[in-house]
Design a protein around this ligand. Structure first.
Ligand code: SF4
Ligand code: SF4
Length: 345
């Protein structure tokens, strides 16, 4: 089934045009794939993303997608997605249109990734061994934009990717704990964005569209210990907005007891340029200093960092669980038990 173009029925043509210019590949009525900068860097310059460095995810075999392209419960200042009101176009951001089936989204996403990769055929700068591997992607980052738990059959979508041999990283903003708690299939690794030390900053920076969003996030943090997969609190830091009160963030870490914490600088890309300034990006040294303070307060160890991505990894275990090739094929369903055994040590 060719789903290309069906989003035209629900979203303004000018907005779709803007996204296509940014090289989004539209999939069905509410999903999309976009070439990650690091897929390109890995293929052409042998420079992988920080998640390859931290966790062994292969950047050139990664599909960056979302099942909720235009839909979210927040309007974070630092978000690179198009938000209602951008480009003078408005829509209901919390209501997906008629849902596409998980299999359709998975197949459409893989076709979109093929299309992206076909642009590299004949490119003499590409590492051909890597391109051959890239044609067999192994990992899906359900993270591009939007809040994926707004897509009700999310667990089924994750299961569909796992059944095709993929690992999955899922990024949620945690404002819909009931949906996250009811996932029929856990991802390989679960991220919850935790981008404010208290409710006041949360309202200013994450601009929730739900009245109880902060309370909901607290509920999600309380749920994290019940997940069997590795969990991550992701803190996207914007200078002079939320890069403060390490004590407040430490209390959130204590509540969620995640496997890892990633402290990362805001990057001035996509539609965030309409809301923030270039100077709002913290330098790596600021991120590093903040992460070290957080480590002191939480007892987590600083175990890795990427200077160019301005991100520092804090971890409860001494070493991060890696998803390298040797494990990759069986990993989708086996990751939980691998992690259990690490936790037991
Ligand atoms: S894991 Fe994230 S940063 Fe790395 S290649 Fe995939 S989408 Fe890009
Ligand atoms: S939660 Fe994510 S997708 Fe939603 S507005 Fe914030 S950064 Fe964007």
């Amino acid at each position: 089934m060719d789903l290309t173009g069906t989003m035209e029925n629900t979203i303004s043509p000018s907005l779709l045009q803007a996204l296509k210019k940014q090289k989004y590949q539209i999939v069905g009525k509410h999903s999309a794939v976009k070439k990650c900068k690091w897929l390109h860097e890995a293929l052409v310059h042998n420079r992988p993303c920080y998640k390859q460095k931290f966790y062994g995810i292969k950047s050139h075999q990664c599909v960056q997608m979302t099942p909720a392209l235009f839909y979210c419960t927040q309007q974070c200042l630092f978000c690179w997605r198009a938000q209602s009101g951008d480009l003078q176009v408005t829509w209901n951001e919390m209501q997906l249109p008629e849902l596409d089936m998980p299999e359709e989204i998975a197949e459409g996403s893989l076709r979109a990734q093929d299309k992206i990769l076909s642009g590299y055929m004949g490119n003499s700068k590409v590492d051909w061994r890597k391109l051959t591997e890239a044609l067999r992607p192994r990992h899906v980052a359900i993270s591009l934009t939007g809040e994926p738990t707004l897509y009700d059959p999310l667990g089924e979508l994750i299961r569909t990717f796992h059944s095709k041999g993929f690992t999955t990283f899922l990024v949620s903003n945690g404002t819909l704990p009931a949906k996250l708690g009811a996932l029929s299939q856990e991802p390989t690794q679960l991220y919850v964005s935790t981008c404010a030390p208290d409710e006041q900053v949360f309202k200013r920076v994450c601009r929730p569209q739900l009245p109880d969003a902060w309370a909901n996030l607290q509920e999600t943090l309380g749920l994290l210990p019940s997940f069997r997969c590795p969990t991550v609190l992701r803190m996207t830091m914007v200078r002079e907005h939320n890069l403060k009160s390490a004590e407040g963030y430490a209390a959130l870490v204590a509540k969620a007891n995640p496997t890892y914490v990633e402290v990362k600088a805001y990057m001035h890309v996509g539609f965030s340029g309409l809301r923030l300034r270039f100077e709002d990006m913290p330098e790596h040294e600021e991120i590093r200093g903040f992460a070290e303070r957080l480590a002191e307060l939480t007892g987590y160890g600083v175990i890795d960092e990427s200077v160019e991505s301005r991100v520092v990894l804090l971890s409860a275990p001494k070493k991060a669980l890696r998803f390298d090739d040797s494990q990759n094929n069986e990993l989708s369903d086996a990751s939980n038990s691998i992690f259990d055994s690490i936790q037991d040590k």
